[in-house]
Ligand binder design. Structure first.
Ligand code: NAD
Ligand code: UD1
Length: 346
């Protein structure tokens, strides 16, 4: 059993990881400013994990850029945290091109602030949400962790900067235990349909878009590009079920706490790629709902193919994904069907 601080724990990935960590017997303190999430997500996490004891999950509304807010969270428990799991941040690629200052402030300055408060409180273990977006246009697919880091948008630049900052911390003094987890495309939801992804406005990402077409909120899907050098001309991604991702975090925390101080970097993906058209087919097959779609132009900044080489994490943590593309479709749909307008309008 560990005492963990979870930044951004009310968000899409954070809420699912909180559930897995509670089920693993850990005690959690969440700090979130709720700028992109709802209080309901963590209430439902409590329902799902049957946590009635509020000592197991404490929630603080606060901004990671504010040291006082962070210190309040550190003061919530008697001992030091065993680790911090750091999700808080901004993640929309298009928005990052329009507002780079905001992205650098929240993602980079926010992490700098978090690390300073961690150091002051003698906590030197952190799991960081990094992204496959770091690889830009990769030379090698499936892509291993050793591939070049060359992001192509401000969001990616902030993730690269945080990875560098973490490497600098690890070299500055002994004792840091750091895991950078590079997620590929997290999708799906907890199979209960009680928690899931609840984007603001029209979704940019494929799974929430398809689910909103299925539930009747959107008319049709536009497939961005039909002339990519792939199996059917649409772009290929490595979709990973958010519950597999959540279990990967539990393994990474155990690994860090067991071993010697070190910095590790892992891809979290399945190693399998699916095209947009294959995803539509899988969704239709699983749900029995037809998804009207039309072929459109390529989206600026997209790559043909992004797939993880997940062999390093398998070898070091003994972790690999268990859930299929059909599971991802089934669970995304269970969430969307039960919550057509997300948390707020339930
Ligand atoms: P999300 O927006 O659902 O969750 C982020 C959470 O952080 C939200 O609850 C938000 O309210 C909170 N937050 C934002 N700014 C904050 C601040 N200044 N102080 C405190 N809390 C703040 O996003 P997500 O999809 O759950 O992503 C979690 C992390 O994983 C992010 O760092 C993201 O960049 C990274 N990531 C996500 C994906 C993806 O496809 N979803 C892929 C790769 C990496
Ligand atoms: C995007 C970001 C990535 C980020 C991730 C999670 C870009 C270039 N990349 O990944 O940095 O980590 O989201 O937030 O923005 N698609 C359609 N129609 C749609 C929506 C998507 O055809 O309406 C296609 C896309 O072109 C892509 C695939 O579906 O080929 C997946 O798209 P998406 O879910 O947005 O993820 P990525 O672009 O891979």
């Amino acid at each position: 059993m560990s005492q963990l601080l979870i930044t951004g724990g009310a968000g899409f990935i954070g809420s699912h990881v909180c559930l897995s960590l509670l089920e693993g017997g850990n005690n959690l303190v969440v700090i979130d400013d709720f700028s992109n999430s709802s209080h309901q997500s963590l209430q439902r996490v409590c329902e799902l994990s049957s946590v009635k004891d509020e000592r197991r999950l404490k929630v603080f509304q606060g901004d990671i850029r504010n040291p006082k807010d962070l210190q309040n969270a550190f003061d919530a428990i008697d001992s030091a945290f065993d680790a911090v799991v750091h999700f808080a941040g901004l993640k929309a690629v298009g928005e990052s091109c329009k507002s780079p200052l905001r992205y650098w402030d929240v993602n980079v300055n926010g992490t700098r602030c978090l690390l300073e408060v961690m150091k002051n409180n003698d906590c030197r273990t952190i799991v960081f949400s990094s992204s496959a977006t770091l690889y830009g246009y990769p030379d090698q697919v499936p892509t291993p962790e050793s591939a070049d880091i060359r992001p192509v948008n401000p969001y990616g630049h902030t993730k690269a900067a945080v990875e560098q900052l973490l490497a600098d911390m690890a070299s500055s003094e002994p004792g840091w235990r750091i895991a950078c987890l590079r997620y590929f495309n997290p999708v799906g939801a907890h199979p209960s349909g009680l928690i899931g992804e609840d984007p603001n406005g029209t979704p940019n990402n494929l799974f929430p878009y398809i689910s909103q077409v299925a539930v009747g909120r959107l008319k049709e899907l536009e497939v961005f590009g039909c002339d990519w050098p792939t199996i059917d001309g649409s772009a290929v991604r490595d979709y990973i079920h958010v519950m597999d991702l959540a279990e990967g975090h539990c393994e990474a925390i155990d690994f860090l706490n067991r071993g010697k101080p070190q910095l590790i970097t892992f891809n979290l993906g399945t190693g399998n790629g699916y095209s947009v058209v294959q995803v539509i087919d899988a969704f239709e097959k699983v749900t029995g709902i037809e998804i009207p779609y039309r072929m459109g132009l390529r989206r600026i900044g997209d790559v043909a193919c992004s797939v993880a080489d997940p062999s390093l994490v398998a070898e070091r943590l003994g972790w690999k994904t268990k859930r299929s593309l059909s599971d991802m479709c089934r669970d995304s749909w269970a969430w969307q069907k039960a919550n057509p307008y997300g948390y707020c309008h339930h």
